[in-house]
Write a protein of this length. Structure first.
Length: 348
């Protein structure tokens, strides 16, 4: 289903496309342990909340295989706990990582030891396939609520990469865009560059062009100007973690886009599966925001673009308050004007 092997099981190992090399090279890497997969998550070989969840699940499965092969029956649970803890600490914001671990953990305890590696692998594969299905459903539901201009193509802005590359396949925000292309036909996408890591420029525009979707790249500071010219009908983004009240953590810059969308009366839609909703965190203030290395800001594509000694901040995500969100799209339905009560209902 996926056009890319974002995180799959191949030849008894975890196989992932190295997203750091896109759009120049399509290289696949293979991993044999939880700590290798954790490094790959931290180093951005794989990124995007649902894709991180899938990679984590396969990381647990490959760790079980590795430990079983070592034949250490007495150390089995301690060794697995260590591998899972390493995965848990790899990146803090996308809740899908903890969600995947929490889904694998009970199986580790309830399955006879000799069957654990097979059972964990089966569960990781379930997570992967379910994610693709969720993306397809979100795509269909999201496309149905988009505006339909009659005199010109529907113009959609997106931020960061919430595409096939960020999920097990098809994408959340880009899933809505793919479904809109099928449902509405004439669409146009404005992809924000997404400084400093350039997910919009390197990944979203690459992925959409591969799919034949009309895509225009903007730097992040062009968003207000382009909106003020009436060029955007709707914004659709993904999320790394949604708090119980509908506050949305997503890639840095999303909040700015949401404020500008409000200013220009443009609907702001967030697409994310239930695995990205964190009911334990009442609002966005409780979501941990990852601070990434300074050289992502002082350098652009490997070349220094700021003087030595300058102070740097590099928060990788920001929080968009629920009041700026027109609707959230999940695989269980669309929630307009999200709040705690409406989100809780999705889980009933
Ligand atoms: O730092 P990244 O590239 O992992 O951040 C990804 C995002 O912010 C995406 O928008 C989000 O994970 C949604 S992916 C369907």
């Amino acid at each position: 289903m996926s056009i890319f092997d974002v995180a799959v099981w191949k030849n008894g190992r975890v196989c992932m496309m190295d997203q750091r090399l896109l759009p120049d090279e399509e290289v696949y890497l293979e991993f044999d342990s939880a700590s290798e997969v954790a490094d790959a998550i931290r180093d951005m070989v794989v990124r995007g909340a649902p894709a991180i969840g899938c990679a984590t699940a396969f990381g647990v499965a490959v760790e079980a295989k590795r430990i079983a092969a070592l034949g250490m029956p007495n150390f089995w649970s301690e060794a697995m706990a260590e591998g899972m803890q390493t995965l848990r600490q790899s990146r803090p914001t996308a809740v899908n990582l903890a969600w995947a671990l929490d889904r694998m953990q009970p199986l580790l305890e309830s399955t006879p030891k000799e069957d654990v590696p097979k059972r964990l692998l089966q569960e990781a594969e379930n997570i992967r396939l379910e994610d693709i299905e969720s993306c397809k459903t979100m795509g269909r539901l999201g496309a149905e609520i988009l505006p339909r201009p009659t005199d010109r193509p529907l113009s959609i802005m997106t931020h960061c990469n919430a595409g096939a590359l960020a999920t097990a396949g098809y994408g959340t925000a880009l899933g809505v865009i793919r479904a809109a292309r099928d449902l509405i036909g004439d669409i146009k996408v404005y992809a924000n560059e997404t400084r400093p890591y350039l997910q919009g420029a390197r990944l979203t525009s690459w992925e959409l062009l591969k799919d034949g979707i009309d895509t225009t790249l903007l730097t992040d500071n062009m968003v207000g100007h382009i909106m003020s010219k009436g060029l955007i009908d709707v914004v659709v983004v993904g999320t790394d973690r949604m708090a119980a009240n509908g506050d949305v953590a997503n890639k840095i810059g999303t909040y700015t886009v949401a404020v500008l969308a409000k200013r220009h009366n443009i609907p702001f839609i967030v697409a994310g599966p239930l695995s990205t909703i964190d009911l334990q965190t009442p609002d966005g203030s409780g979501i941990p925001i990852e601070e990434r290395p300074a050289d992502e800001v002082t350098h652009c594509l490997g070349k220094r673009s700021a003087p030595m000694g300058v102070g740097v901040r590099n928060p990788a995500f920001d929080i968009t308050p629920a009041e700026l969100v027109t609707a959230i799209v999940t695989e269980k339905g669309v929630v307009p004007d999200p709040n705690t009560a409406k989100i809780k209902k999705l889980f009933e």
